[in-house]
Design a protein around this ligand. Sequence first.
Ligand code: TMP
Length: 394
Amino acid sequence: MSKKLITFKNIPLSNSLLSSKQEDVELFDLTIGFDEKTKLVSLINNVSPEKLFPDDYVYDSSQSKTMVKHFKECAESLQKRFNPYSVLEIGSNSGIFIRHFNPDNTIAVEPCSNFAEITNDMEYKTYDDFWEKDLSELIRQEHGKMDVIFSANTISHIQGLDECLTSVKKCLNEDGVFVVECPSLLELLRENAFDQFYHEHQSYFSMIAFRNLLERNGLKLFDIELKPVHGGTYRFFICNENSSIDVNHKNIDKWEDEEKQFGVDSYEKLKDRMSIMKENMIDIKNTLEKIKSENKTVIGYGASAKFIQVSNMCNLNDSLIDYAIDTTPNKQNKFIPKSNIPIKKYDEDSLENVDYCFLGAWNFLSEIIEKEDKFLRSGGKFITHIPKLRIIEL
Ligand code: TMP
């Protein structure tokens, strides 16, 4: 039974963009809780996966050069370290990771059929369904057990974690490796990234909580890395509990110490962090009101799910942010639910006559600053709210 940490009232689903301005959208409370037994931070109120991950899902990981590079390097390092013959990816999106493996021995699972179609067309057998027991049994029958099972930013979306993990275990070779990437709760809290809280993100993993869940499902954490993407991402390396793979105790103990010191396993300390986040949210609105009172043009840069959260959690609307721009075709010419901020196509001239860009895609700060050098040199300013509100200018 989870104890409540914070509730954000009346929040729309982060990727359910609208084709026209609408006053009447479906809203849900977003309540984050803490489970004393497993130390897991997760959502208390769930929305059905079919609603969250529809057949016209808009998030495409290939839109950022940083992510393309990240997954290429990840695939190369897994090849080198484990030399797998068979690979399964759970949540393959547009194929950003599997494209580096041989389609003859690589399969994928992706419930959003618009993306499953893309990877099927790339010759990777893709099961257009949610990862659950029946599907895992079908995959084991049709393809046998796997050497590597990979999943990035997906396990934290899954509501039945025990079923998810036992299904992975059943599909994993005796000495196979399960590699999971997900935003680190420790980094989320350090960065005050309250906009990482959204309905798609069912769980916010600390290493301590994730290890507890693995252990109760017959799996063992044997190594861990921290990657800079998405504001700080853990890469967990997992094997069967009886596997002969060496455990990197040094790494695991280091993260355990850091997490304990910060208090990710303590309800009281987590509650304190929530209060800091609330103060930051007030700061964001006050600053934007001040800037807009000077008649400046402010736009959102990157209509990420996080931006959709910030706009609604901080009660921003199109009087404070004129519009947002994004490179993803699926998002363009749509509106953000509730805040009704329009999303326009990004092009080379998008930042002409713009005074401030509010960084919706703050996790790509370096990539964007490099790309928008001309905007900065001509006096343009970026606003980022991570870890605290600040203006970036030359
Ligand atoms: P994400 O943080 O969830 O990956 O979403 C980032 C969003 O920002 C995604 O919709 C793509 C968009 N984006 C741009 O529009 N321009 C950019 O330069 C980058 C890096 C991302």
